[in-house]
Design a binder for this molecule. Structure first.
Ligand code: BTN
Length: 244
């Protein structure tokens, strides 16, 4: 075990015992001028946040971290980074354990959620993304219950220190590739790791539940669904396994 965890060259670790949310701390540092590659890591969060305003249970034992990215891209492209982060988390999963990506940014191992990603962007007056906070929670030591997901939880095992080192290394590589090659290879790789086309799914859009078959993801990162009423393009929603 290395302590403190070693991050890629040029990256900076802000290690905390306890914080409300690492995303909030990273956003505060980004607003104060912190550079890309600043990584906030806390052993526990007292107000961990998930997508769609949900609580993210964050006791000691799992990984809670937020990386500052300064993508210098139009706001519309900022969402691409959530998929970059999902691929970086998938890189952490040891070979031999089947990994699946679930739109938009969940990572499943052996069918169970192992990580959640909360990307949060700050958009400038010029329409450019000033910074994106990639908030990543990985189940390392234990798998909390996630009743709202219709998925059980899974955990990676190992230590949070090694998980953080592995994640940061993968993220640095994936970000460099995204900058060099754009979103298309990210989309292709994400699709290759996503559920099979034609899979029956439910998508929660507020109070509405849309039933359909998974038909892929488009070049803007929107979910494509074939429904009984025709094709649908979904930019925000919750993809759920079909209830039995
Ligand atoms: C999800 O709903 O699946 C996303 C969960 C994201 C949780 C991580 S833990 C580190 C960072 N800080 C937060 O408050 N949330 C994210």
């Amino acid at each position: 075990m290395t302590y403190p965890p070693v991050l890629p060259d040029g990256w900076t670790l802000v290690a905390l015992q306890s914080v409300g949310s690492t995303n909030d701390e990273a956003a505060r540092l980004a607003a104060a001028g912190a550079a890309e590659g600043t990584v906030v890591w806390a052993r526990e969060q007292t107000a961990g946040r998930g997508r769609r305003g949900r609580h993210w249970a964050s006791p000691v034992g799992n990984l809670y971290t937020s990386a500052i990215v300064r993508p210098d891209c139009p706001a519309a492209r900022a969402a691409e980074l959530g998929f970059v982060a999902a691929l970086a988390v998938a890189d952490m999963v040891p070979a031999g354990r089947p990994v699946r990506l679930k739109w938009p940014n969940d990572v499943l191992v052996e069918g169970a959620k192992v990580a959640g990603i909360l990307p949060e962007s700050s958009i400038g007056a010029d329409g450019q993304a000033e910074h994106v906070i990639l908030g990543i929670g990985v189940n390392v030591g234990f798998a909390p219950e996630l009743p709202e997901m219709r998925y059980p939880g899974a955990c990676l095992g190992g230590t949070v220190e090694i998980a953080l080192e592995t994640l940061a290394a993968a993220l640095a590589q994936r970000l460099a590739r995204w900058r060099r090659d754009g979103f298309e290879p990210v989309r292709a790789e994400w699709l290759a790791k996503a559920g099979p086309l034609g899979l029956e799914v439910d998508v929660k859009l507020g109070e509405e539940l849309v039933r359909g078959r998974f038909a892929g993801m488009d070049r803007e990162g929107a979910l494509l669904l074939d429904t009984a009423a025709g094709p649908r393009r979904i930019v925000a929603g919750e993809l759920l396994a079909r209830a039995a």
